[in-house]
Design a protein around this ligand. Structure first.
Ligand SMILES: *Cc1c(COP(=O)(O)O)cnc(C)c1O
Length: 463
């Protein structure tokens, strides 16, 4: 996944030969708008602002570490996706990227639908007023209780992930006297991550039912004969942080092929296909994500072309962006604690959070950027590694980045593009208190997920 050849800890000289940190940017004070939320900028005093509020003020009011989410950016991205796909398609926000009741309300207001993959996410969605018919329920091992609840409340679709689940949902729906709309998730033998994709990826994964060997066709056969479910389409999700549309092209072609087989065998044209999420965002200046309208056009063209070739009416398309909507809208604000210069090796900058608020670097070897945001500095750039405060040497937030060499304890630094899979994957490792998420909009900041407290920790500890 990473472009780094030295995940285990390169020496200074090796680091300098690699990628975007081979040379420092011309001016460290300049914020690359590709990786920062839309309303982020640096003011005349040198402090960075979001939604018109200085980060120094935000740190005073909300503390650090904390996630600050640009609400107007989030809403604009929702609208961009909805507009790009238009009324003939459906955009489902993948709630696992980051979900809270405020987020659900924004999605509802901006006309998006919502993917959930657990009872907890479903509860959050319903509690905040998302209409059940705009919710899709995912997961490779939904519990019976989760399925019952989803069917009972009438979610728009359940995405079936196994042969057992086809039967299970059918039984539950019949018992509850309902007819549940379902899709079948297939694995198309395509795996895409970042700049590469493999068209002949093996089917050795826990999600979906393989197209290979006729398994998906068999799943359709069974779903069409069972009562209690209405098969409305085929679902495929091929990976994450994808820039190359070629993977979607292969995926769409293989899904349409299945639709044609289904028509030939059963005389049924399934009305929907879902091409999943996984669209990439810019974590560093090296990444060049596509705009929603380009993605919509590319996907629409592929599906239309393949369907014409197969003599099928074009099905209704849905997509499920998570990261591409929320990822760029937030940054994590940290206070610098200790700084260690290891002569001839590297400089470690420690912050007051770490792998408990951003596990992606440790888990996926993910790349991030970082900037000094509490003030301007014209000091020489220094190559650093930003690390957390946890008892784990893999507790890295930003592997390699340039910060000004006059960086000092008490400075505020921010890591952009942390809106997706950071708070949602946050942990209490070392009994860390998970940071708050603060929504900022038009000069106003409000907490949408509050900071955990030590009382919260003790409340669960009933021993
Ligand atoms: C995770 C997931 C998504 C969202 O992926 P992103 O990379 O956040 O866009 C969409 N659909 C399914 C089925 C997923 O599992």
């Amino acid at each position: 996944m990473s472009r780094s050849a030295h995940p285990a800890g390169p020496r200074h000289a090796d680091v300098l030969t690699e990628g975007h940190y081979a040379a420092p940017p011309a001016d460290l004070n300049v914020l690359d708008e590709k990786v920062w939320a839309r309303t982020v900028s640096r003011n005349d005093d040198g402090a960075v602002t979001v939604g018109g509020i200085e980060v120094t003020r935000l740190a005073e009011e909300f503390g650090t570490p904390a996630y600050f989410l640009d609400e107007s950016d989030f809403r604009a991205r929702c609208r961009a996706w909805a507009d790009a796909f238009g009324p003939g398609a459906d955009v489902f926000y993948a709630g696992k990227a980051f979900l809270s009741r405020a987020v659900v309300r924004w999605l509802k207001e901006e006309g998006l639908n919502l993917d959930v993959c657990s009872g907890g996410e479903l509860t959050t969605a319903l509690d905040a007023g998302m209409p059940a018919e705009r919710i899709a329920f995912h997961g490779n091992n939904k519990t019976v209780a989760e399925i019952e609840r989803a069917v009972q409340v009438g979610v728009g679709r359940i995405v079936l992930d196994s042969f057992q689940e086809i039967v299970r949902v059918s039984h539950i729906a019949q018992r509850l006297g309902k007819r549940q709309r379902v899709q079948i998730r297939v694995t198309v033998g395509v795996e895409a991550h970042t700049h590469e994709f493999i068209a002949t990826a093996h089917e050795d994964q826990k999600f979906g039912i393989a197209l290979a060997g006729g398994q998906a066709a068999e799943a359709v056969r069974r779903a069409l004969t069972l009562d209690g479910i209405e098969l409305i389409g085929i679902h495929s999700h091929i990976g994450s942080q994808i820039f190359d549309m070629a993977g979607f092209e292969v995926s769409a072609r293989r899904v349409v092929q299945l639709l044609a087989e289904v028509r030939d065998e059963h005389g049924v044209e399934l009305p929907e296909i879902d091409l999943g999420g996984g669209l990439g965002i810019a974590y560093t200046s090296d990444d060049d994500p596509r705009e929603p309208h380009e993605i919509a056009k590319a996907l629409g063209d592929i599906v239309t072309r393949e369907c014409e070739a197969a003599g099928l009416a074009t099905p209704r398309i849905s997509v499920e962006p998570g990261r591409a909507i929320v990822g760029p809208t937030a940054f994590t604000l940290y206070e610098v604690g200790t700084i260690k210069h290891l002569e001839g090796l590297r400089t470690y900058v420690s912050v007051d959070g770490g792998m408990s608020d951003n596990i992606r670097t440790a888990l996926y070897d993910a790349e991030y950027s970082v900037a000094l945001v509490s003030r301007r500095s014209d000091a020489e750039p220094m190559l650093v590694r930003v690390v957390g405060k946890h008892c784990e040497s893999g507790d890295i937030v930003v592997k390699d980045a340039f910060l000004p060499s006059d960086l000092a304890p008490g400075d505020l630094i921010a890591v952009p593009a942390t809106g997706a899979y950071c708070r949602s994957m946050a942990s209490n490792y070392n009994h860390a208190l998970r940071p708050p998420v603060v929504a900022v909009r038009d000069g106003e900041a409000r907490v949408i997920v509050r900071r955990e407290t030590e009382e919260d920790l003790l409340r669960l500890d009933v021993g």
